[in-house]
Structure formats: C-alpha cells, structure tokens
Design a protein. Structure first.
Length: 196
C-alpha cells in the first residue's frame, strides 16, 4: 500500500486517514490474518527507490501475443509514482485527447514506506497444476464513493496493479493487460518446479 499508514493510537482505537485492514479473499470469504495487534505492531521503513515493481502487465496487447513477455521490466516505487500515467491501461486524457501526466511523488517528503508483516493462509485444493483464484481485499475506514481516500498498489512477480479505494471493503484486482482479473495461488512444490 502506497506510503504506509498514518495513525494516531489511543487506548480505545487507532485512527488516521490511511488506516486499512488487508487480507486475501476467496469468493466472498475474507481469510483470517495472523499479525501483531495495533499497539504492538512491528514496523520498519524502506527507501522508496529500494522497492522493486514489475511493470508491463498494464500494457494493452493482443491475446496470446508474444509482445506480453517482452514488455515486462522492473522499476522502483519512486519511478512508478512519478509517472503513474505511464503504467495505466487507460490513462486519463484532457479535452484534446492528450494523456494527463500524473506525478504522485513529492521527492522531498515521500522518501520511505512504512512496512509491517502479516500472514494469511490461502486454501488451495489438492491436485496437480491446481491454481486457486483469489483477490486482495482491503477495508479502509474513511473511503467513500465521492471521496476515495487510498490508492492501493499491489505488486507481484507477474506485474503491478493500482486501484482507488472507493468504499469500505473492496476487492482488488490484477490488471491483466487492461482487464480486471483475479490473482492465482499455487502450491509451493509447484513453484519450486517452475523455478521460483
């Protein structure tokens, strides 16, 4: 999640503009999360130029095109935020049809991302070559349709997807060349066979 969480902790609650709960969602079921409690959460800071993102999945390509494989590359979170318009399948355009440049990075203030660890188990059925579809699910306490409060960036080895949070509990999708798609999980023994 971009730029971590800004929070004010009191004995009774945690508050702030970016407070969100994140988990994995299978169908309509949100999976339980293992993590520290809000008041004992272990966090660390990472410089934004040290965070790699795979891009290329957002590019519109013909189905089954070899171009898809050739366009993937790795950039930093800083690069991504400075040029968000370049990594959108359908970037915003002005009245003349020109792409609107979007720089979401304030280089003086946006230097680090606060991180914390959590664990979530994804149920994957038995069987060879079985993949389980799932989504990342984010619940933001301040989001509303008229006032999106958080831009989420989900980065995997297959690509990076960005989505505005417009209501409390929202499913996040993988940007598969301009189309919303589920993420897919597979068993670890299969990943080791594929060289991951």
């Amino acid at each position: 999640m971009y730029h971590g969480k800004i929070q004010q902790e009191t004995r009774s609650r945690v508050g702030g503009p970016n407070i969100s709960d994140m988990t994995l969602q299978v169908d309509k079921t949100r999976m339980p999360v293992i993590r520290y409690s809000n008041f004992s959460d272990k966090t660390w800071d990472v410089r934004m130029e040290k965070i790699p993102l795979v891009i290329g999945n957002e590019q519109l390509a013909e189905p089954d095109s070899d171009k898809k494989k050739a366009t993937f590359k790795t950039i930093t979170l800083s690069e991504y935020l400075k040029n968000v318009h370049e990594y959108m399948s359908y970037p915003l355009k002005d009245g003349a049809g020109k792409i609107i440049r979007m720089n979401l990075c304030n280089e003086k203030e946006d230097t680090h991302v606060i991180m914390s660890a959590q664990c979530c188990m994804l149920p994957i059925p038995d069987g060879d070559n079985v993949e389980a579809p799932f989504n990342v699910s984010l619940y933001n306490y301040q989001a509303s349709r008229c006032s999106p409060s958080v831009l989420t960036i989900v980065s995997t080895s297959k690509g990076t997807s960005a989505q505005l949070i417009r209501h409390g509990n929202q499913k996040l999708f993988f940007n598969k060349h301009g189309t919303k798609a589920a993420f897919f999980g597979t068993k670890i023994d299969r990943l080791s066979q594929d060289g991951y």
